[in-house]
Design a protein around this ligand. Structure first.
Ligand code: FES
Length: 273
């Protein structure tokens, strides 16, 4: 079977010939002609043609305008009018030209690259901050514990000259409504004479109110209010005397009574904690 294929203009405008040689397992039958008086000859096997052998069989520089083959050849016509998608509208102008180099357009894309990197970094930093803050806040005290951490006291219920004891965070809390005489006396004490030097104004935000923890700084006993040599507090355990500013004046206690954090609010409300 022989096919003659021409690449001239006689073909349809949208068809282009392509040649494919299909190897055939069949071998040509050797002529079974017996020749008398001659020695029998062995027929030469015919090798099926392949693309490689086809190319080798052509003389150098020859075209395949006309080719005669002695094997099975299929000539197929491939469509050349297939529409391919055009992505030019989605491509950067820098890269539209097929001859443009990456180095040329990279300079123009730096701003975009920096923007992407900066945006990603900010998002990562914000996410990390949220995770860390949530993790840390999970270890803080719950709302019910915090509610017990503060105590509100109505100061108008404490008469002048009296010391009232409250319970705050499991400890006794002394709130003393000082008289003007106590205030002037404590403010006149020279701090150089004190074991734990502190001026009265450092311990009382408002002079008429003294707020201290009722825990002796010696070994933790609870002092007695309005007792002792200095008219403040007296610890009977080992005989420590505190003045009306809660400062240690006599006895084994090394430090003044502790002043907790507090603040005065509107309406005569004291919030401790
Ligand atoms: Fe107060 Fe010792 S515990 S003086």
């Amino acid at each position: 079977m022989m096919n003659i294929v021409s690449k001239s203009g006689s073909l349809a405008p949208y068809l282009k010939p392509s040649t494919q040689v299909v190897a055939s397992g069949l071998k040509a039958a050797a002529p079974a002609v017996a020749v008398a008086q001659k020695a029998p000859t062995v027929p030469t096997p015919i090798t099926p043609m392949t693309g490689y052998s086809l190319a080798k069989s052509l003389p150098k520089g020859a075209t395949n305008t006309t080719t005669v083959l002695s094997s099975n050849i299929q000539v197929r016509f491939a469509h050349t009018d297939i529409q391919v998608p055009d992505f030019s509208a989605y491509r950067r102008k820098d890269t539209l030209s097929p001859s443009s180099k990456n180095a040329d357009s990279a300079e123009n894309r730096k701003a975009f690259s920096y923007f992407v990197v900066a945006g990603t970094s900010m998002a990562a930093a914000y996410s990390a901050k949220a995770v860390v803050s949530q993790f840390i806040s999970s270890m803080s005290a719950s709302a019910d514990v915090l509610a017990l951490a503060k105590i509100e006291i109505k100061l108008s219920d404490i008469p002048e000259g009296k010391s009232v004891t409250f319970k705050w965070r499991g400890k006794p809390l002394f709130i003393r409504h000082r008289t003007s005489e106590e205030i002037s006396r404590e403010q006149a004490v020279p701090i150089s004479s004190l074991r734990d030097p502190q001026h009265d104004s450092e311990r009382a935000a408002q002079p008429e109110w003294l707020i201290v923890l009722g825990v002796c700084t010696h070994l933790g006993c609870v002092p007695i209010a309005n007792a002792g040599d200095f008219g403040g507090y007296y610890c009977p355990c080992h005989g420590s005397h505190y003045d009306a500013s809660g400062r240690i004046r006599k006895g084994p206690a090394p430090l003044n009574l502790e002043v907790p954090p507090y603040e005065f609010q509107d309406g005569g409300i004291l919030v401790v904690g």
